[in-house]
Design a protein around this ligand. Structure first.
Ligand code: ZN
Length: 223
């Protein structure tokens, strides 16, 4: 099982998927991913790589964009994965936005990077994948206050709908819309508490399982 964005599915010549516990690498992209995937270290920063060749060594990055048919993606377990594509299917991007990347405004970094490439953001679709939800993501009050100060345009109740719970996906959704991305989709599955009665947890969750287990969110232009 994997999840897809209906918005991204409507874009021609794109294949994508958000992985789960049963299929950490989404099946539609599995073969290409194994053969062509870039090499990188995810460091919860804001660096973004332009992927121009297969198996590219990208260094310490938390985002990618490409006009090639090489697949790009991020691994996450609770952090927010974001997959993006231009509406004509000619270019794609992927972001890893945990609390550090979100607070450091990795979405704004991507927007600036795409604008510098001559892109019109209104022609882009962004899809926020499964991540730990405001139902489960309890953090310190200091961190909530930090977010409220960092994002003065966002209602504090949207940043933290209940006491000490942080809504990273809502913050990223607000930011993507504020920055001018044409359409923003959101798959509202919580990686911590989304369960199947017979099969158990749908997702790997850092909060539930600790480090070492992850699922991948991957997008590619079709060859
Ligand atoms: Zn939850």
């Amino acid at each position: 099982m994997h999840f897809e964005s209906t918005f991204l599915r409507n874009i021609p010549n794109i294949v994508h998927g958000f992985g789960t516990r049963s299929d950490p690498v989404p099946t539609p992209v599995l073969k290409n991913w194994v053969e062509l995937r870039p090499e990188w270290n995810q460091v919860a920063g804001t660096e973004i790589a332009n992927v121009v060749r297969r198996n590219q060594a990208c260094g310490d990055v938390d985002g990618f964009f490409t006009k090639t048919t090489n697949p790009i993606g991020v691994r996450a377990a609770d952090c927010v994965p974001i997959l993006l594509a231009r509406k004509d299917g000619g270019m794609v991007a992927a972001l890893h936005a945990g609390w550090r990347g979100t607070k450091a405004k990795i979405t704004e970094k991507l927007a600036k990077t795409l604008l510098a490439q001559g892109e019109d953001l209104s022609q882009w679709v962004a899809a926020i994948g499964p991540a730990i939800g405001a139902c489960c993501y309890e953090v310190g009050e200091d961190l909530i206050e930090d977010f409220v100060k960092t994002f003065p345009e966002i209602e504090p109740d949207m940043i933290s709908p209940t006491h000490r719970k942080l809504d990273l996906s809502a913050i990223n959704q607000f930011e993507l819309e504020r920055l001018g991305f044409g359409q923003v989709d959101w798959i509202p599955e919580c990686t911590y508490c989304s369960m199947d009665k017979s099969k158990g947890a749908h997702f790997h969750s850092y909060r539930r399982e600790g480090s070492g287990t992850r699922q991948w969110s991957i997008i590619a232009r079709k060859a």
